[in-house]
Design a protein around this ligand. Structure first.
Ligand code: MF3
Ligand code: CO
Length: 252
């Protein structure tokens, strides 16, 4: 079960989140036509090491990359490959950092080029993430986060993937409770101030059914429709959640 982080622990997990945010920002800056997932993975790894962090995914047996990178109909847990990005690719980068024993986890999705339909798809995922995070306050329950995410995704005409969920995070990459992106408000575990959660929006344009690919890691949509992920680590607060992995305000 995810613990209640005291002020000393918060300092450490914040530092971990800042490294993750910087690595995520770096990855998003370099995604463009002709660049490969392996190159993005390498840049993320270098950034994390330079900032004194380590790769949290090393704690997943058999997984040896810094990131998961998924394109188009691939949804999550994609192994970075040497395929070059092309115009129209929807690219998701998921990464996690461990710093002084504290894990943080985050993911973002971007489009290579311009395409109003795909931009609308990404906007719904991002907005669902902020909606979910807004519910991460003491007195609410896990289901309040889940239902906020589900409403935003479904109102935009998309589907939340059922088989992959958010989670507590901190002393290890995955801690209880699970935080689904679908569910009923006012149900599930009560949220307490100081819990650190990886809130994840994992969704698809068409069917939300996913299958595991031949590489044994990558989940893809069964119908070939787009899938993306938006994820942030946040600490439940009394009035509002504190987001630890937000890459947007970082300068430089
Ligand atoms: N960030 C992913 C999650 O929270 C973890 C990926 S583990 C990997 O589910 F081994 F697939 F990389
Ligand atoms: Co996660």
């Amino acid at each position: 079960m995810v613990g209640i982080r005291n002020s000393y622990e918060k300092k450490l997990i914040r530092a971990s989140g800042l490294i993750a945010a910087k690595a995520l920002k770096r990855s998003l800056e370099i995604i463009k036509v002709g660049v490969t997932g392996l190159e993005v993975d390498e840049a993320v790894k270098r950034t994390i090491f330079k900032l004194g962090g380590d790769l949290s995914y090393k704690t997943v047996p058999g997984y040896k990359w810094a990131t998961c990178i998924t394109v188009n109909d691939k949804v999550v847990h994609g192994i970075p490959t040497d395929r070059k990005f092309v115009i129209g690719d929807l690219v998701s980068v998921d990464l996690a950092v461990v710093y002084k024993g504290w894990h943080t986890d985050c993911a973002w999705s971007v489009l290579v080029g311009h395409d109003p339909e795909k931009q609308k798809f990404l906007q719904a995922g991002e907005q669902a993430l902020w909606d979910g995070i807004k519910q991460a306050v003491a007195g609410n329950r896990v289901g309040d986060i889940s239902s906020a995410i589900q409403s935003r995704i479904e109102n935009a005409g998309y589907q939340v993937v059922r088989s992959l969920v958010g989670h507590g995070v901190g002393r290890s990459l995955h801690e209880d409770p699970e935080i689904p992106g679908f569910g009923k408000a006012r149900t599930g575990m009560p949220l307490k101030s100081g819990m650190s959660l990886a809130i994840e929006v994992i969704y698809a344009q068409g069917s939300s059914e996913v299958v595991l690919g031949d590489d044994g890691w990558t989940y893809q949509t069964v119908d070939g429709s787009w899938g993306s992920i938006f994820e942030m680590t946040a600490i439940v607060g009394r009035e509002k959640a504190e987001i630890l992995t937000d890459w947007r305000p970082i300068v430089g």
